[in-house]
Design a protein around this ligand. Sequence first.
Ligand SMILES: Nc1ncnc2c1ncn2[C@@H]1O[C@H](COP(=O)(O)OP(=O)(O)OP(=O)(O)O)[C@@H](O)[C@H]1O
Length: 234
Amino acid sequence: MTALRYTGVSVGYQGSPVLTGVNLALRAGRRLALVGPNGAGKSTLIRSVVGLAEVLGGTAQVFGRSPERGRELCGYVPQAGDLDADFPVTAGQVVLMGRYRRIGWFRPTRAADRRAARDALDRVGLADHAGRRYGVLSGGQRQRVLLARALAAEPRMLLLDEPFNGVDAVSQEAILAVLRDLTAAGTALMLSTHDLRLAREVADEACLVNGRQWAAGPPSEVLSDATLREAYAP
Ligand SMILES: Nc1ncnc2c1ncn2[C@@H]1O[C@H](COP(=O)(O)OP(=O)(O)OP(=O)(O)O)[C@@H](O)[C@H]1O
């Protein structure tokens, strides 16, 4: 099953493209790393999959559907700074939000939903923090709460925007283990990162962008010194 198929796609905001020429196909259970300099369009590409940025040209399919219809099968983990830290909710409540699409807004949560939320927090190593206010957690802990929120929804494709920013090495290993388990179970994964070592280590496929797609394919080729130099200093 192809989770994501982008053919000649341009993405951007208010009708203006920030990234063009995207050709990608990501199958179930595969891990794709999105790499490129600041402002390259990595976040925009990820956001376009879940309808938070516009697809301005080409053909975009998410599980064979339009992004609008396919996004219900996707979990999206924004950069931790993107969710307001003053939001007066606990970590557990943030994770429970991941279940709302299943249970519908304003409907009471069921035991199964609360269990899924607890399990998800446990998977990211924060079971003890369920009752703490989201805003008082550290940046790395917030990032892990947002991952747990996405996991609670049991997505078939997980999209992570720089998931390791501010996350310490031990937590990073724990998250990587979770991601490996997920993909082994068939979840497709797309993550953006500035950490090239990590991209090489984690990903089956890489995509290098900077305003346009520069290369896509095996990490050993896409993340070679020569290709990176070209894309980072076009
Ligand atoms: N909501 C928005 N409306 C208009 N333009 C935006 C919006 N969000 C981002 N941009 C612009 O889109 C371009 C690409 O930004 P994007 O965040 O996708 O890059 P990135 O590769 O994720 O960068 P970084 O590595 O710094 O996070 C930038 O020029 C940015 O200013």
